[in-house]
Design a protein around this ligand. Structure first.
Ligand SMILES: Cc1cc2nc3c(=O)[nH]c(=O)nc-3n(C[C@H](O)[C@H](O)[C@H](O)COP(=O)(O)OP(=O)(O)OC[C@H]3O[C@@H](n4cnc5c(N)ncnc54)[C@H](O)[C@@H]3O)c2cc1C
Length: 299
């Protein structure tokens, strides 16, 4: 069985930062992610709030992160961690789809995923007009009309992005106010081809071989070629159930040092119970988690 000092699970912004720090502390690190480097970065069209980069794409930032890691001799392993068990000597046994790995400490950086609307037509038309990723799918809707659902930063940013490609964007939000940043709200309101439907819920997504329309709870039917759903986030924490404390929404509970309820397991980024889920907070968490794990390993 392969033995390492630290296993970093997830190679999004939090995981890659942790791994870079741990490598610089001189530890043997396994950085594991079946998708390679990037995590949710790969879905971000424009990033304008990561210091040092006035405007960049998620893909470019992920590429830069990976280059920096490679320069330290750190390669991401395309590996899915399937289970974790604590051994009698206090170390951890990770069973993966490639091999078993024994690690003295773990950083949980498994991030989060979009949540679903759970309405008729959503699963049926996924990939046929239903999307959760504007960067991936926007080009398919060039000069077409789309519906965007949500009221947070992601919904607003992607409504703006889509408005540059699509003929019309209808932004549907269940409340009378958006949660997203004021500057984004202003931009949305000042964009001519974005139309708002506030206090409205999508109740079904309709079509034949692909999406043709969306029905709202008012009974209104909006003809559209696509629907982009940005309604919330679900933590990828099932791997840690029973090992560490999770909050009522399933996020890993940590203190300010990114320590979880289990010694030797630290958590960073979107998977933990944090006030803000962004690239900059994920990288910050990753650095703190690595520093705490370094201290744990040297004890
Ligand atoms: C559309 C969109 C737009 C966004 N725009 C911005 C923005 O403009 N600015 C900003 O700062 N933030 C933005 N964000 C948020 C930002 O991307 C996230 O906060 C950040 O990526 C979180 O990083 P993370 O490392 O915690 O998790 P993630 O990026 O989610 O990465 C987690 C990784 O863990 C891996 N993983 C999960 N389970 C396992 C397992 N069992 N074994 C191995 N690997 C596993 C996954 O494959 C994934 O690669 C946006 C997000 C989205 C979706």
């Amino acid at each position: 069985m392969r033995k390492v000092d630290a296993a970093v699970i997830g190679a999004g912004p939090a995981g890659i930062t942790s791994a870079i720090y741990l490598k610089r502390y001189g530890h043997e690190v396994a950085l594991l992610d079946p998708m390679g480097v990037g995590g949710q970065l790969m879905m971000i069209s424009d990033i304008e709030n990561y210091p040092g980069f006035a405007s960049t794409t998620g893909f470019k930032l992920a590429e830069d992160f990976e280059k920096q890691a490679n320069g330290l001799g750190l390669e991401v392993e395309y590996t899915l961690v399937k289970s974790i068990e604590r051994l009698e000597d206090g170390t951890f046994l990770l069973r993966t789809d490639v091999e078993d790995i024994q690690a003295r400490g773990i950083i949980a950086a498994t991030g989060a995923k979009h949540s679903k609307l759970s309405v008729p037509g959503e699963d049926e038309f996924e990939g046929k007009g239903v999307s959760y990723c504007a960067t991936c799918d926007a080009p398919f809707f060039k000069n077409r009309k789309v519906v965007v659902v949500g009221g947070g930063d992601t919904a607003l940013t992607d409504a703006l992005y889509l408005s540059r490609l699509c003929s019309e964007v209808v932004l549907v939000h269940r409340r009378d106010q958006f949660r997203g940043q004021k500057i984004l709200q202003e931009r949305v309101r000042n964009t001519g081809n974005i139309h708002l439907r506030m206090k409205a819920n999508v109740v079904s997504i309709n079509g034949d071989t692909k999406v043709r329309s969306v029905t709202l709870d008012s009974g209104d039917v909006i003809e559209a070629d696509g629907i982009f759903i940005f309604t919330g986030i679900v933590p990828a924490s099932s791997l840690f159930e029973g090992l560490v404390e999770l909050d009522d929404r399933g996020f890993i509970v940590t203190n300010g040092r990114m320590e979880t309820s289990a010694g030797g397991i630290f958590a960073a980024g979107d998977v933990r119970n944090t006030a803000l889920r962004q690239v900059v907070t994920a990288t910050g968490d990753g650095a703190v988690a690595a520093s705490s794990l370094d201290e744990y390993l040297s004890r």
